[in-house]
Design a protein around this ligand. Structure first.
Ligand SMILES: Nc1ncnc2c1ncn2[C@@H]1O[C@H](COP(=O)(O)OP(=O)(O)O)[C@@H](O)[C@H]1O
Ligand SMILES: [Mg+2]
Length: 223
């Protein structure tokens, strides 16, 4: 089946910055929705198609170009096809770190270090890994870390999300009394507070960055 047909079968509804899909081809199964696109697994394949609504189509080519720079890395899906409003790539089975927290699957220090190693590898090819948050990191069934959503890896500004998450991990998550399973509504609530850059969240995560940095990373988010 032609990927253009799949991409064009999708009917989006975007309101208040949230994307929803109203309709899509019967060969597709929705596996995730982000801030700029929806991702579907293609029936009887190990591939997904990431489709962007009209206001975000410019991201498709940009993201594909970055994935191509990472083609030699095992930590990223391989890209197969790009169109005006979509890209196709490997389906990555597993749980995002967001799902791990929601399901109570323990996130180990080794996994956190692995993400750090991957980000260093990304920097070595001249990219600036950004938008690194819980929903863009997948733990596979054989405990490998895979990264997705690379569209912002060429941005100039420094993104503090991953460092903030790491601070929260060591400061709170590893504490024996900290619950290892958190309801989705609570995770979304924390993400929303973080997004609004409330000072106390920065305080809680241990970051001592100046106020200007809150403004600079206004669009950052955790979840
Ligand atoms: N290659 C993939 N394999 C499996 N799931 C994926 C893949 N790419 C994305 N997803 C799922 O879809 C969600 C949204 O995709 P993402 O690329 O992060 O979109 P956005 O750029 O809008 O944030 C992810 O959080 C993840 O759950
Ligand atoms: Mg994403």
């Amino acid at each position: 089946m032609n990927s253009n047909i799949y991409a064009n079968s999708i009917e989006f509804a975007v309101s208040n910055g949230r994307i929803q899909v109203k309709q899509y081809h019967q060969d597709l199964k929705l596996v995730g929705t982000g801030r700029s696109a929806c991702v579907f697994r293609i029936k009887d394949t190990n591939k997904v198609i990431k489709v962007f609504p009209s206001q975000f189509t410019h991201i498709a080519q940009k993201e594909a170009d970055i994935y191509k720079l990472l083609i030699n890395s095992n930590y990223f899906p391989t890209i197969y096809e790009t169109g005006e409003n979509f890209l196709t790539m490997d389906y990555i089975e597993g749980n995002t770190l967001f799902m791990c927290l929601n399901k109570g699957i323990f996130i180990s220090e080794k996994q956190i270090n692995e993400v750090d190693n991957i980000l260093n590898e990304v920097r070595e090819v001249g990219l600036n890994p950004s938008d690194i948050h819980l929903r863009n990191i997948i733990v596979t069934p054989d405990n490998q870390i895979k990264m997705i959503d690379v569209a912002r890896y060429k941005q100039k500004k420094h993104d503090t999300q991953w460092n903030d998450l790491k601070n929260a991990y060591y400061r709170f998550y590893l504490h024996p009394l900290f619950p290892k399973r958190l309801p989705e509504c609570m995770l979304n609530f924390i993400a929303a507070l973080y997004k609004r850059k409330l000072l106390f969240i920065r305080f809680l995560t241990g970051s001592k960055t100046p106020t200007s940095r809150y403004k600079r990373s206004k669009e950052n988010r955790w979840g």
